[in-house]
Design a protein around this ligand. Structure first.
Ligand SMILES: NC(=O)C1=CN([C@@H]2O[C@H](COP(=O)(O)OP(=O)(O)OC[C@H]3O[C@@H](n4cnc5c(N)ncnc54)[C@H](OP(=O)(O)O)[C@@H]3O)[C@@H](O)[C@H]2O)C=CC1
Ligand SMILES: C[C@H](CCC(=O)NCC(=O)O)[C@H]1CC[C@H]2[C@@H]3C(=O)C[C@@H]4C[C@H](O)CC[C@]4(C)[C@H]3CC[C@]12C
Length: 265
């Protein structure tokens, strides 16, 4: 399904993002990958070309810079001649620690893990409208449930859920055929996660990043609203009361009035 499709993957220098890039390459997609470390990105694109990518480019830079976040999308659109799928996956390095009052560091994490996602989405929407494309947002069980020591990370993941779940409903109301897939992940065996959880979280076996990457791509290609990996974490997300309440809240909205008076930008 993804042969010849034009895809941006963020946070693709290592971990799950790197595996997503390799799977897409095997499927024959056009790729633009991004992260900060140029040397690692060069290796990733050379591997992608070996695996069969239709084309592969990299754009290095930090997502702390929201101008860079926007430029990645416009440059990628020019390099590939359009965009079919935007996979938002990068995160700032995680420090598991008690909140120490450092508001500036929370703001930095929110810029990288949340505002850059919104910035890229906003820049990509016009191209995705043309292609009836897809946005894939990589999130975490820590954006659905509460765990200690990651207040900044968790805040950003909850924010992504709020923003993209609301945007999903807006697109549906305005009959805009862009899919949004929210990926809720449990513990995955990337080097960074295994290292930072060592000695802190015990008795959980991480799931494989390769299989995780396949499930993320599948969710996006099949235009699913949400996927959970490993599937065992589905149960912790299951909230029928929320679903029913959301349905009844939407019934109270005067949709005709709203759609008549507002344009989806
Ligand atoms: N691994 C896990 O257990 C879980 C992961 N997830 C989610 O999966 C996704 C991927 O996680 P994982 O693969 O483990 O993460 P990694 O730490 O392995 O990779 C993070 C990626 O983001 C890039 N990155 C880091 N800082 C910046 C920055 N300032 N600007 C741009 N890019 C940056 C890194 O590259 P570079 O350093 O070169 O910039 C790297 O490519 C994340 O969204 C995470 O929340 C969710 C639940 C569990
Ligand atoms: C401890 C959580 C897992 C709880 C569990 O029982 N899961 C069952 C299963 O995974 O099968 C961890 C689940 C997600 C983790 C966090 C995350 O989202 C990724 C970050 C990655 C970073 O490199 C390390 C810390 C993380 C914040 C990580 C912390 C532990 C989890 C909440």
């Amino acid at each position: 399904m993804l042969q010849g499709k034009r895809v941006i993957v963020t946070g693709a220098s290592t971990g799950i993002g790197e595996q997503i890039a390799y799977h897409l390459a095997r499927m024959g997609a056009h790729l633009v990958v991004t992260a900060r470390t140029e040397a690692k990105l060069k290796k990733v694109i050379s591997e992608c070309l070996k695996l069969g990518a239709a084309s592969a480019h990299f754009i290095p830079g930090t997502m702390e810079d929201l101008v860079f976040a926007e430029q990645v999308v416009t440059k990628a659109g020019k390099l590939m001649g359009g965009l079919d799928m935007l996979i938002l996956n990068h995160i700032a390095p995680v420090n598991l620690r008690f909140f120490n009052g450092d508001v500036a560091s929370i703001r930095k994490v929110m810029d990288i893990n949340f505002f850059s996602y919104i910035t890229m989405t906003s820049a990509a929407l016009p191209m995705l409208k043309v292609t009836n494309g897809s946005i894939v947002v990589v999130s975490s069980i820590a954006g659905k449930l509460i765990t200690p020591l990651i207040a900044d990370y968790s805040a950003a993941k909850f924010a992504l859920d709020g923003f993209y779940s609301s945007l999903q409903k807006e697109l549906q109301l305005m009959n805009v055929n862009i899919s949004i897939t929210l990926c809720i992940l449990g513990f995955i065996n990337t080097d960074s996660a295994v290292k930072s959880l060592s000695g802190i979280v015990e008795n959980i076996t991480p799931s494989p990043k390769e299989e995780c990457a396949v499930e993320i791509i599948k969710g996006g290609a099949l235009r699913q609203k949400v996927i959970a990996y490993p599937s065992s974490i589905y149960i912790s997300m299951w909230n029928p009361i929320r679903t029913i309440q959301e349905y009844f809240i939407l019934l109270t909205y005067n949709i005709d009035n709203i759609t008549r008076n507002q344009q989806f930008s």
